[in-house]
Design a protein around this ligand. Structure first.
Ligand code: NI
Length: 207
């Protein structure tokens, strides 16, 4: 185990602690029935390109509750599981799902081109938008949402990290829930069921 690997693990743990604190705060606010608590410092404006090639900003989604997941299309397990849960949550909402916009933002823009996203997001939901951008644009939006991501080191015998097209990415995994003004409402940790997501969203879109 080398230094960079230890550093990476420390960073992932720290990122997890920040989000855990945010979740705790969210739960406190829910318990207090705070109608309009101070917005936690999670999220922010972004400019990216969607899977149809259109340049989009957060303003394009005003009025919709946002479900945002950061991941990458090459991810073998966690990303597809979370995106499927988001899609199933929308299905459970019925007509109210029209008030929710599901977004998949790649943290691997080098491989996740507009064309790749156009093939990928419809596998989960017809209204899911896939967003990519320059490395800088992705870094900016990831920072705003406190998302950790990094190219994973290659396993022994596979050569140096990132020297071929099959590298993996390490990344934090949360479904972010933003309101119609792109203000933070909460996060669903990895493994949250579609039913639980739908239940919270239903209360949110009704308000
Ligand atoms: Ni993933």
């Amino acid at each position: 185990m080398n230094i960079s690997r230890i550093l990476r693990i420390v960073l992932m743990v720290l990122g997890g602690l920040v989000v855990a604190a945010v979740i705790a705060r969210w739960q406190l606010q829910s318990a207090d029935r705070m109608a309009a608590g101070p917005a936690a410092a999670v999220g922010g404006p972004f400019q990216l390109v969607d899977h149809t090639g259109r340049t989009v900003t957060d303003a394009d989604y005003r009025g919709k509750q946002l479900l945002i997941y950061f991941g990458y299309t090459f991810c073998p397990d966690v990303c597809p599981t979370e995106l499927a849960a988001m899609a199933q949550a929308l299905d459970r909402l019925g007509p109210a799902a029209d008030k929710v916009q599901p977004l998949f933002i790649t943290i691997d823009p080098a491989r996740d081109t507009v064309e790749k996203l156009a093939q990928y997001v419809p596998l989960f939901h017809p209204r899911m938008a896939g967003l990519t951008g320059t490395a800088e644009q992705i870094a900016t939006v990831a920072k705003a949402y406190r998302v950790y991501y990094a190219k994973a080191p290659a396993k022994a015998g596979e050569g140096k990290a990132g020297d071929d097209a099959t590298y993996m990415m390490d990344h934090s995994s949360f479904v972010y829930w933003m309101d119609g003004q792109n203000r933070f409402r909460g996060v669903f940790p990895a493994g949250t069921s579609a039913g639980e997501m739908a239940e919270k969203l239903r209360a949110g879109v009704a308000g």
